[in-house]
Design a protein around this ligand. Structure first.
Ligand SMILES: Nc1ncnc2c1ncn2[C@@H]1O[C@H](COP(=O)(O)OP(=O)(O)O)[C@@H](O)[C@H]1O
Ligand SMILES: O=P(O)(O)OC[C@H]1O[C@](O)(COP(=O)(O)O)[C@@H](O)[C@@H]1O
Length: 321
């Protein structure tokens, strides 16, 4: 079972524009999609679509539109009731695949909500192969919340993956985590590297700065780093090696949920005993499939082009010592 925790879930509203976004103008959307989202919810949706056992844990009151959407999908979840409606996050998807996301702060959690969520996580940890702690933290939750939960879970012998950003990510990497999934901006933020330098190197197919940053973080957390790099694919750093992978050719439609699908793809492969290189292949195939689908749709195994992913084992200076 893969248990996902989404401290700050969302209803994702995607507006598809037929023309480029024009700031300050009135534009009409061609289509509007509303889907249950938030990083852990998305991971659980992809895992469920692959036929693996999963459960999403989140704060949301009974009858919240998010819970209704999850009920309609038939996704297994447990929600801690909170005082307020789950946020809506807006995505503007332009016809050339450019995706602009505007994320709301979310419902503040009280001390009682936080305790109830921690209790829920503990109650499911025993049956979990992995617990993933995903997304931003809502108001009322301190930056070290994921770190504290990870400490608990690691002590209980549970494998923990974390996908977050900003101060909660910086707090998380202060201790042990089995897997983190930063994108290139988050990697830069963690190591103090200049994101523009990382991006510029990637545009020249130079993975060295990304590998260096990911290796430093992998050593710090005593675990694996899956660094996702948008259209450039991903790099996986483990104690036994370093691999890079490029996605198959796709027509990008909405990149919302691509990162979450990559994490799910990695965990799906890992849960079935795949090698690190094949876990990376699965992560990149799932991410690319998600980017080619509208809105926050969860890719299924039928959407994957696994042979189209090129995986390379890196060696020499690019390898962890
Ligand atoms: N434009 C794209 N073309 C092909 N694959 C993509 C594209 N954008 C994202 N992906 C795939 O999705 C994965 C995750 O995307 P990324 O943008 O790095 O994550 P995040 O959403 O967390 O920032 C990438 O590793 C890649 O496999
Ligand atoms: O918790 P955050 O950082 O605000 O992100 C939440 C948003 O990210 C998503 O989980 C998508 O994330 P990715 O595009 O990184 O996969 C949306 O479903 C959600 O609206």
């Amino acid at each position: 079972m893969i248990v996902t925790v989404t401290a700050n879930p969302s209803l994702d509203r995607t507006l598809e524009l037929g023309a480029p976004l024009a700031r300050g103008e009135v534009q009409r959307a061609g289509t509007v999609r509303t889907e249950p989202g938030g990083k852990g919810v998305n991971v659980a949706r992809v895992v469920a679509a692959a036929g693996l056992s999963t459960r999403a844990l989140l704060p949301a009151r009974t009858g919240d539109p998010l819970c209704t959407a999850l009920d309609e999908l038939g996704l297994p979840y447990d929600a801690v009731p909170v005082d307020g409606e789950v946020r809506s996050n807006i995505t503007i998807a332009e016809s050339d695949g450019t995706t602009t996301k505007i994320n709301a702060p979310g419902v503040a959690l009280t001390a009682r909500d936080r305790d109830a969520l921690v209790e829920l996580i503990r109650a499911h940890a025993d049956s979990a192969q992995w617990v993933t702690l995903c997304g931003s933290l809502p108001p009322g939750v301190t930056d070290n919340w994921y770190r504290a939960i990870a400490d608990d879970l690691v002590l209980a012998g549970c494998r923990v993956a974390v996908d977050t950003s900003g101060a909660p990510l910086r707090a998380t990497v202060a201790g042990r985590v089995d897997l983190i999934k930063p994108n290139e901006d988050e990697l830069a933020e963690l190591t103090g590297a200049d994101p523009a330098t990382l991006r510029e190197a990637l545009s020249r197919n130079d993975l060295e700065p990304v590998v260096e940053a990911a290796t430093a973080i992998a050593e710090q957390i005593g675990g694996n780093v899956l660094a996702t790099l948008g259209a450039a694919g991903a790099v996986l750093v483990t104690a036994s090696g370093v691999w890079s992978a490029t996605p198959p050719p796709i027509v990008p439609r909405s990149t919302v949920g691509a990162g979450d699908s990559s994490l799910a793809g990695f965990l799906i492969a890992q849960s079935t005993g795949a090698s690190p290189a094949d876990c990376l292949r699965s992560a990149v195939a799932y991410g690319a499939a998600a980017a080619s689908l509208a809105g926050t749709q969860a890719p299924t195994p039928d959407h994957l082009d696994l042979p189209g992913v090129r995986v390379t084992e890196l060696s020499g200076a690019a390898r962890m010592s």
